[in-house]
Ligand binder design. Structure first.
Ligand code: SF4
Length: 241
């Protein structure tokens, strides 16, 4: 008779320092036991970039290379994102890069290969306190949501990239628990989806176009979404994008 083993997922909250800085966040993620994903991963992968970055790029989870090196977006998808940012005029030095889930989820493949496995809603929820802490630390003017998992982390499970890209989005009214509310969100495909696409050129061009929108929002050439007076008043220290 098979016995189902229960998985403990208390969530990351108890591992998040009270007043985190970049270093204590990174150290806390390494010892986090908020869900089971730490068990098989090499290490946790915290966000990286300037802590006063104007933009936060939010992906799904570390990939194979990111897991080995402990740095987000260093694999093929990260290199594609770099190229797209360059083409879109988005200065990499103003971008803080992170993921909705900080440990790599995978299935074992042949010959030691590790096959990416999309994190579940339960993992995104468990890991959410780290994203909240990063948002409150960096306080970005805008967030680039890369793919459905990142979109779900911000807007909930009904979020769809196809319905949401191509225009600036407002940070959700109920937020994700952060004190900081970015002025705008731009949703686009995850660069790994572009790499896998059969219509790679078309999808790469769409990625660049979305990043150009973020560049325009940063420069003031495009306007962020209008925010209700109530919400604007409730934004601590928020400045127009
Ligand atoms: S994935 Fe997130 S919640 Fe789970 S152990 Fe890693 S840091 Fe903690």
């Amino acid at each position: 008779m098979s016995r189902r083993t229960s998985v403990e997922r208390p969530g990351a909250r108890e591992w998040v320092p009270d007043e985190p800085d970049e270093r204590s966040l990174a150290e806390g993620i390494q010892v986090c036991r908020g869900c089971e994903l730490y068990r098989d991963a090499t290490q946790g992968v915290p966000g990286q970039g300037p802590v006063d970055a104007a933009v936060m790029a939010l992906g799904e989870q570390p990939g194979d290379q990111e897991d080995r090196q402990g740095i987000p977006f260093v694999g093929p998808a990260g290199r594609l994102l770099d190229r797209a940012c360059e083409e879109a005029g988005l200065d990499p030095s103003v971008v803080y890069r992170t993921n909705a889930v900080k440990h790599f989820r995978f299935d074992p493949g042949r010959a030691g290969k590790r096959i990416h496995k999309r994190p579940g809603r339960v993992h995104v929820t468990a890991c959410g306190p780290w994203l909240v802490a990063e948002l409150d630390l960096v306080r970005p003017r805008g967030v680039l949501v890369l793919g459905a998992t990142a979109g779900g982390a911000v807007f909930g499970p009904s979020f769809r990239i196809g319905e949401s890209r191509g225009r600036p989005l407002e940070w959700p009214a109920d937020g994700i628990g952060s004190e900081w509310s970015p002025s705008w969100v731009v949703a686009t495909a995850h660069p790994s989806a572009v790499l896998r696409s059969r219509e790679r050129d078309r999808d790469y061009a769409r990625l660049v176009a979305d990043l150009e929108l973020a560049t325009s929002l940063l420069s003031g050439a495009a306007r962020p979404p209008a925010v209700s007076a109530d919400r604007a008043a409730s934004r601590p220290g928020s400045s127009p994008g």
